[in-house]
Design a protein around this ligand. Structure first.
Ligand code: G1P
Length: 298
């Protein structure tokens, strides 16, 4: 089945990044030379997505503006002899159609995905969190791999996971895998933000999902969970309890996930991307006296 539709929730308030996010969306924060959400869109385009539905909320119009084609800016750059900057706008020409729906009440990630139901209209689709960058060492193709797994296993959901340190596990949805240490595994359970001592594993949801539309039925029945919100994780758990197949895919060892949801991981991303910058990275590395061996992401 060809899946070319991605839902990108960007409605969260970014509370953990205040005051940075008081009047700008966390998805528009700079990492390297781009705002976070541009990496997400470029990754989705590479993985074959042709339609992106953003689930937005208050204060998020900068995201819509960013993906508009800015003819005035293009003309200005041409007419003022600044053609060299035009290359930085090439993302505007990605072969993608953009759509927007508002989450009118802040009821959490599960509710944000539910807002896409009418638009998705019975198709299988990808969910990519707008605050998570995948890659750096490699240009991530994990969504492609996840779609392959989804089609091969007739699963109701495929989710990517990254192993994280025990002290971080309470920030994420966490898998109970059937096969330990496997790259692809079946989920026996999934728990949203568990107490680290009780976490079923160190495998944290890393921001990409492929869903069959049955997720919407599960979401409709999902009661308020952690933080008084409708949790996507709880709806996935419901699918597992109904006996549906839910598959986990581990992030490849050469790939990282940069979670721009809180300061420590945001700072990590900012530093790593700056040090890996194609033009200025070597000077920064000399300035800070550090070595890195990775190939920067374009
Ligand atoms: C959300 C999900 C969580 C997932 C995380 C990934 O949490 O609820 O299961 O692991 O995204 O970033 P949030 O970061 O919105 O609190």
């Amino acid at each position: 089945m060809n899946i070319d539709l991605a839902v990108v929730p960007v409605a969260g308030r970014g509370t953990r990044l205040l005051p940075l996010t008081k009047s700008q969306p966390k998805e528009m924060l700079p990492v390297g030379r781009k705002p976070v959400v541009q990496y997400v869109v470029e990754e989705l385009a590479r993985c074959g997505m042709k339609r992106i539905l953003f689930v937005t909320g208050p204060g998020k119009t900068a995201i819509e503006n960013h993906f508009d084609i800015d003819a005035e800016l293009i003309t200005y750059l041409r007419e003022s002899g600044k053609e060299e900057y035009l290359a930085h706008l090439s993302f505007e020409r990605e072969d993608i159609e953009y759509f927007y729906v508002r989450q009118r009440r802040q009821l959490g990630l599960g509710h944000a995905v539910l807002c896409a139901r009418r638009f998705v209209n019975g198709q299988c689709f990808v969910v990519a969190l707008g605050d998570s960058i995948l890659g750096l060492h490699e240009r991530s193709r994990i969504v492609e791999v996840m779609i392959e797994r989804f089609n091969a296993t007739a699963a109701a959901a495929v989710i990517n996971f990254e192993e994280v340190a025990t002290e971080e596990i309470g920030e994420y949805g966490v898998a109970l895998p059937k096969q330990q240490n496997a790259e692809v595994f079946e989920l026996l359970d999934i728990v949203e933000k568990p107490d680290p001592e009780r976490a079923p594993s160190n495998l944290a949801v890393a921001g990409r999902y492929v869903f069959s539309p049955v997720i919407f039925d599960a979401l409709t029945e999902t009661p308020l969970g952690k933080g008084g919100e409708i949790q996507l994780t709880d709806a996935i758990r419901q699918l597992i309890r109904e006996g549906r197949k839910v598959i986990g895919v581990r992030m490849p060892p050469n790939e990282r996930r940069y979670d721009i949801g809180h300061f420590e991981s945001y700072f990590r991303a900012v530093v790593e991307f700056a040090l890996a910058d194609e033009q200025l990275g070597h000077r920064l590395r000399r300035y800070f006296g550090v070595e890195i061996t990775n190939t920067p992401m374009k």
